[in-house]
Design a protein around this ligand. Structure first.
Ligand code: ADP
Ligand code: MG
Length: 255
């Protein structure tokens, strides 16, 4: 049965998509079967995983334009259900009762085929993010170490609390992942203390592994390749490898 993880943050540019891409590649190379679902109409994950953006999206699955297995594309770094700009209209198109449970229902028939399902969401919260929170076991909150991202964490937490009350009582928060981190900047130390405090309020942790800023991340994405294989010694690659091992330990400990 798949572990299902939603990457959530109210702010764009937090590293949700980058983290989804690298987690998919990392767990795939460890032998796990991974399915990513791109829930952002910008289709960034679809693009950097080298998937076909004209393929069926999750909305096509919801609106019965095909079954879920037809929508799954295979790549070297994991399977993916692609996104396209049609997802931007999700809030208008998905209006029926039970609209927040569509993803959970759709995944029912395939979740046994995967060890890990990763849900990459969009910063503007809407019905698709609610669907992600309804089906996920746990959430990862990627955030840049800046004050606006700290403020945005509260919005994410409010949404998670609402999901817990309404659709998914057992939803866990695995932790806050600091991305694009520069440990040498003085401000980061103070901010880190504030993030740790915020994590405590949410009854979770800031992951020990923090992802340093590195141009290699963007290079690998431009080349649609796996950073961990492309430049394993790069700072961000090492940080992501450490994060994957840390998360794996937490998931096993909390299972
Ligand atoms: N560790 C990193 N080092 C350098 N650039 C990064 C890093 N993580 C993310 N980026 C870049 O920051 C931008 C935003 O990241 P992205 O993962 O798309 O965020 P989100 O999905 O939350 O909007 C992208 O251009 C991405 O390439
Ligand atoms: Mg994104």
């Amino acid at each position: 049965m798949a572990e299902t993880i939603a990457l959530i943050s109210r702010k764009g540019g937090s590293g949700k998509t980058t983290t989804a891409q690298i987690m998919s590649a990392g767990f795939t190379s460890k032998g796990a079967k991974v399915l990513c679902i791109d829930l952002d109409g910008q289709a960034s994950l679809t693009h950097i995983m080298g998937a076909d953006p004209t393929g069926k999206s999750i909305i096509d699955v919801f609106t019965n334009k095909g079954n879920i297995t037809d929508a799954i594309q295979h790549t070297q770094t994991g399977d993916i259900i692609a996104a396209n700009s049609g997802l931007d209209l999700a809030d208008m198109r998905l209006t029926g009762q039970g609209r927040e449970m569509l993803l959970k229902k759709a995944l029912e028939s395939v979740k046994r085929d995967y060890n890990l399902i990763l849900l990459d969401t969009v910063g503007a919260f809407g019905v698709l993010t609610l669907n992600a929170l309804a089906v996920a076991n746990g959430v990862i909150l990627p955030a840049q170490a800046d004050i606006l991202s700290l403020n945005a964490l509260k919005d994410s937490y409010d949404l998670i609390q609402s999901a817990r009350e309404n659709v998914n009582t057992g939803l866990k928060i695995y932790g806050v992942l600091l991305t694009r981190f520069n440990s040498r900047a003085n401000i980061s130390r103070d901010l880190l203390a504030m993030f740790e405090q915020a994590a405590q309020v949410m009854n979770t942790r800031v992951f020990n592994s923090k992802i340093r800023d590195s141009v290699a991340v963007k290079e690998a994405q431009a080349m649609q390749t796996d950073l961990l294989k492309h430049k394993p010694k790069n700072n961000a690659a090492q940080d992501y490898s450490a994060f994957i091992a840390e998360l794996d330990g937490i998931i096993k400990a909390e299972a």
